[in-house]
Design a protein around this ligand. Structure first.
Ligand code: CTP
Ligand code: CA
Length: 229
């Protein structure tokens, strides 16, 4: 493959990436979240900069250093993340690597919740759906030319991933089998399959997230409309 890094194949492009988990507050000291580390998205941001892009990285709460020359915007909740991503438009490319919480508590209590004497048998939380950041940007007035999603699945990986590509009107989906030990969530390594709009599959075997990020950025840079040959 042509070296998209030496040739700066993304120079002049604005790349927007989101990464990490979101936190959905229950009260001032408690939240719902997930185990996403943000490593894949940060590696993608670094690779996009190395390919010459201007990069905005909207990050949930993660414990990672900001890659050189990346503009980082920190957020907490899914709704904050959506607002920060919309505020970063226009972009040529959007890569949604964040593990956005699908639901949030219906309301965040103003004060720390107390154990209620009437609740010895347990507590039922009511949740409402969060906005879908990727679907919103893929259907936006300022839609990025390429919208790329991730699909972390434990079963029927490629079918679920292809369904998300079509449902959210994406250009590419990166399918991730998180049932395999040692890859995916919170790991330094990963193995993915890229699925394009024609449902063509391109497998990228087990490698470090840094190496996979460069392979993913190379694939996108070579297929992005307006790329040099
Ligand atoms: N995504 C998003 N906003 C959400 C949920 C998901 O932007 N509220 C994005 C993720 O960043 C990812 C893609 O959508 O790029 C797929 O996320 P995933 O959780 O695999 O799919 P969902 O559509 O949430 O479906 P489900 O969790 O039911 O499998
Ligand atoms: Ca989800």
């Amino acid at each position: 493959a042509a070296d998209c890094f030496e040739r700066g194949l993304l120079s002049g492009r604005h790349v927007l990436i989101n990464a990490g988990p979101t936190r959905e507050a229950l009260d001032p000291v408690r939240y719902l979240s997930n185990y996403s580390s943000g490593k894949m998205g940060f590696a993608l941001a670094e690779a996009a900069v190395e390919a010459g892009a201007r990069v905005t990285l909207v990050a949930g709460p993660v414990n990672l250093p900001t890659p050189a020359r990346v503009k980082r915007v920190d957020v907490v909740s899914a709704r904050d993340m959506l607002a920060a991503c919309e505020a970063a438009l226009p972009a040529d490319l959007f890569i949604a690597s964040a593990a956005v919480a699908d639901y949030r508590p219906t309301e965040c209590a103003d004060n720390k919740l107390k154990k209620d004497p009437g609740c010895e048998d347990g507590l039922t939380l009511t949740l409402v759906r969060n906005p879908d950041i990727l679907a919103t940007l893929a259907d936006h007035d300022q839609r990025p030319r390429w919208c790329v999603g991730f699909a972390a699945e434990t079963d029927d990986v490629l079918n679920y991933a292809a369904g998300k590509l079509q449902r959210k009107n994406l250009d590419l989906i990166i399918a991730n089998d998180v049932s395999q030990p040692g890859i995916g969530f919170n790991s330094d390594d990963n193995a993915v399959t890229l699925i394009d709009r024609q449902l063509q599959q391109h497998a990228l075997p087990h490698a470090s997230k840094a190496k996979l990020a460069r392979q993913i950025i190379t694939f996108i840079a070579e297929h992005l409309p307006g790329s040099p040959d």
